[in-house]
Write a protein that binds this ligand. Structure first.
Ligand code: HEM
Length: 540
């Protein structure tokens, strides 16, 4: 029996009203979630998420909504943690739940799923992490790889190059950045691929950095993977079918990544075919896989060693540039460091890593650099199971690293570059990153510059040694000062906030005055150059 027309209309109206009501609930914050910016129906906070500069936004939102806040993107939940206790409770203690990654659809498309940083905690991810941790542990770094680092520093900071570098600083500040990157790229490419980034034209520098910088064809991996840079496909997968520049960029980036790491592998195979096996991670793994069988596809294998360059070179270079900026702005800190250095090394020799224990102020400077301007401004994880605390199932968890580093409860006068904060932290960062108590890790407050929990940077040991060595040598050899105005001769103060805005931040190009401290220092650097060049011949 058919319903009367009035009933049918009433029913249709009710269904429509329920539909509209439910639609309008999408994007609305569940009351169990922590507070956050006001939401719009359906969109939630989608329009609040900037295409770039999300780390800065986290700092602003933290001041308004507290150390744990939430964002809604359509139906999805994002929880942003800028609280040490929450990071410890969730990431350190419940790593099995909170250490996956969000779907990362665009980055996974670009990498064809072969990128450790983007992967969930699968056996494959474990295998990849083991490749890194087995090679870059303190023992092998201090006993085997250290020669690469010592030699590389000597080459980079030799007086000849330093003079060139100083002139370049005055006339072409952009190359200053390139030289810091060249150094970091060279360390990473020797260790990972057994090749050195010899100069700015080297494939290991030029082509590889196109991956991470604004290259000639404007392909930028970092830009392509910023959360606000693409439609929110992770939360609404159907948006993948939207055309746009973002999609073209993803296709371009994928081609570029495949061809760069494919070419890098070809160079390794050709070298090995000539009987030239080297002491580096890829050769060691190739020997092992050829003997015992392959654990990874060829594509995953090539991408893994590419990823090590990508993850290791830019981060280290960015922190070096941050230190140079901070030192130029703080002559008193340079003077204090030099007093310590001169007492240990005099003018006869440059500092070595074996001086580490006797040069605690250098260590404190490195740590403060990682706190003051952490190159990675946030980490992005995914919760896999139900957590009654905040209704977090499937939620994306951002750790607001930079936001935590401006917490006045722990870092008073947070904008001041002040190494004294860490003067009682005589050990390397990894020693503090795994303590049982979040607040009193060894009775001290450490930084989160290398992340936290299971995804903590596996290159931490190499990075710490690299950063310490370069900071010690820079301070021992050179004086840095803010630039002078060529017309008025007045000091032009450097802007400590002039930084790029992606997830991995770097100071914007700046100028410094840099000069060797004395002829004696310059002579030592000259003396070191020849040995370094001879040593590095093997990686050409
Ligand atoms: C100053 C230098 C460095 C800094 C500040 C840094 C910082 C970080 C941070 C914050 C993370 C993310 C952790 C997370 O998601 O919780 C990370 C991940 C990673 N880093 Fe580093 N890093 C540096 C150098 C290196 C080096 C030298 C290498 C290797 C050669 C490296 C390899 C990696 C890899 C492979 C990951 C991904 C780990 C995973 O998802 O399981 N990093 N790094």
């Amino acid at each position: 029996m058919a319903l009367p027309l009035s009933w049918t209309l009433l029913l249709a109206g009710a269904v429509f009203a329920i539909g509209v009501y439910r639609l309008l609930q999408v994007g609305k914050r569940d009351p169990r979630l922590p507070p956050g910016p006001p939401t719009l129906p359906i969109l939630g906070n989608m329009l609040d998420i900037p295409a770039t500069g999300l780390g800065k936004k986290f700092m602003e939102w933290q001041a308004i909504y507290g150390k744990v806040f939430s964002l809604k993107v359509g139906p999805g939940n994002i929880i942003v943690i800028c609280d040490r206790k929450a990071v410890h409770e969730l990431l350190d203690k419940k790593g099995s739940i909170y250490s996956d990654r969000p779907p990362n659809i665009v980055p996974r498309f670009i990498t064809r799923g072969d990128h450790m940083t983007m992967e969930n905690q699968t056996p494959l991810w474990r295998e990849k992490r083991t490749v890194v941790t087995r090679n870059l542990n303190p023992k092998s770094l201090d006993e085997k790889h250290f020669r690469v680092q010592e030699a590389e520093y000597a080459l980079f900071w030799s007086p000849g190059l330093a003079v060139l570098f100083m002139n370049r600083l005055l006339t072409d500040p952009e190359n200053f950045f390139s030289y810091a990157r060249l150094y970091a790229s060279s360390v990473a490419s020797i260790l990972a691929w057994g090749f050195r980034a010899r100069d700015l034209e080297s494939f290991w520098f030029k082509d590889v950095s196109k991956m991470i910088e604004k290259g000639l064809i404007y392909i930028q991996w970092l830009e392509a993977i910023e959360p606000g840079a693409n439609p929110p496909i992770d939360l609404i997968p159907a948006l993948w079918y939207l055309p746009g520049k973002w999609k073209k960029r993803a296709y371009q980036m994928r081609d570029h990544m495949d061809s760069t790491w494919g070419h890098a592998r070809k160079l390794v195979d050709e070298r090995r075919d000539r009987g030239d096996k080297r002491e580096c991670m890829i050769d060691q793994k190739l020997d092992e896989y050829n003997k015992n069988g392959w654990q990874l596809t060829e594509h995953a294998f090539n991408n893994l060693f590419g990823e090590l360059m990508e993850a290791g070179a830019d981060t280290t270079a960015n922190q070096i540039l941050t230190l140079i900026l901070a030192l130029a702005k703080n002559p008193d800190i340079q003077a204090k460091a030099r007093k310590e250095l001169d007492a240990v090394c005099g003018t006869e020799r440059a500092p070595l890593f074996s001086d580490f224990a006797r040069l605690p102020y250098i260590n404190a400077i490195v740590k403060e650099g990682l706190r003051w301007r952490s190159t990675l401004v946030f980490c992005k994880n995914e919760a896999t199971t139900i957590e009654s605390l905040m209704g977090m199932q499937g939620s994306t968890i951002f750790v607001g690293v930079s936001a935590m580093h401006i917490d006045e409860d722990y870092y008073p006068d947070h904008d001041k570059f002040d190494p004294e904060r860490f003067i009682n932290h005589p050990k390397l960062a990894n020693e503090y990153a795994v303590g049982p108590n979040y607040e009193t890790r060894d009775n001290l407050i450490h930084h989160y510059g290398y992340g936290a929990g299971r995804r903590i940077c596996p290159g931490i040991h190499l990075a710490e040694r690299s950063m310490w060595r370069i900071a010690a040598r820079l301070l021992w050899a050179f004086e840095f000062a803010e630039p002078l105005d060529p017309v008025t001769n007045k000091v032009q103060p450097l802007d400590p906030n002039a930084y790029t805005s992606a997830n991995l931040v770097c100071p914007l190009p700046f100028q410094v005055r840099v000069a060797p401290r004395s002829q004696a220092h310059a002579d030592v650097m000259k003396r070191e150059l020849q040995g370094a060049e001879e040593f590095l011949e093997q990686y050409n």
